[in-house]
Design a protein. Structure first.
Length: 221
């Protein structure tokens, strides 16, 4: 912990899908209406100060080929919930949202001898890596907090430490997510606990600039 009397600029980089599925696996459905900016601030303590928050995600698709009518409705409902949530996040100040791609890849199941479509999310880890490395070279942070358990982020973090050994890298693991490889390259490791999510929720109703009111989805209550 530095003790030089100054405030150390911290940028928080959040792997949206890693965080979401970690919360889902932990049974934290009621915490999905998450205020990303406040959660990031809760992970930073003096002498570090949060200067920026970046959220990386991809918009999910709706129904898929071969879906039953009921399943198609469920997927469309999930897509609309995510869209509502992203609109709510866009009302927050000092939060940047980066969107990757989410598409369906055709695959084959040998057990049932049938084709199926498997969702794949692309570009999130690449986008995080790009922003972390670029911000390090542009000297936009003294400390970086990476909320993810994705070991694909090891190479960019290692590159930052190689070129900027004095910059502090912290990995914050979402629930049910961990990586010994990420931990090994970080200066510090923490876990984002359920109590942090509980106290950093968005308001039940979030007003947009155009007057539209966004409400927490009933399924997330």
């Amino acid at each position: 912990m530095p003790d030089d009397g100054r405030r150390h600029r911290t940028v928080c980089y959040i792997d949206g899908f890693n965080l979401y599925y970690g919360m889902k696996d932990a049974g934290l459905k009621h915490c999905k209406w998450l205020n990303i900016r406040e959660m990031a601030a809760a992970l930073v303590q003096l002498p570090f100060v949060l200067s920026n928050t970046m959220y990386f995600t991809a918009r999910i698709s709706g129904s898929r080929p071969g879906d039953t009518e009921e399943r198609a409705k469920q997927r469309e409902a999930s897509r609309l919930r995510q869209a509502t949530y992203l609109e709510a996040l866009e009302t927050l100040r000092c939060l940047e949202i980066f969107e990757g791609r989410y598409f369906l890849k055709r695959d084959f199941c040998r057990n049932c001898n049938a084709d199926f479509y498997r969702p794949e999310e692309k570009m999130t880890d690449v986008c995080i890596a790009t922003e972390v490395v670029a911000d390090a070279f542009l000297d936009r942070f003294d400390s970086a907090v990476i909320v993810s358990g994705d070991s694909d982020l090891v190479p960019p973090l290692r590159a930052v430490k190689r070129h900027f050994p004095n910059k502090r890298l912290v990995v914050a693991f979402p629930p049910k997510r961990t990586s010994s490889h990420l931990a090994a390259v970080a200066d510090d490791v923490m876990h984002v606990w359920p109590r942090t999510f509980s106290r950093t929720q968005l308001a039940e109703e979030v007003p947009k600039r155009d007057g539209v009111i966004l409400c927490r989805p009933k399924e997330w209550e």
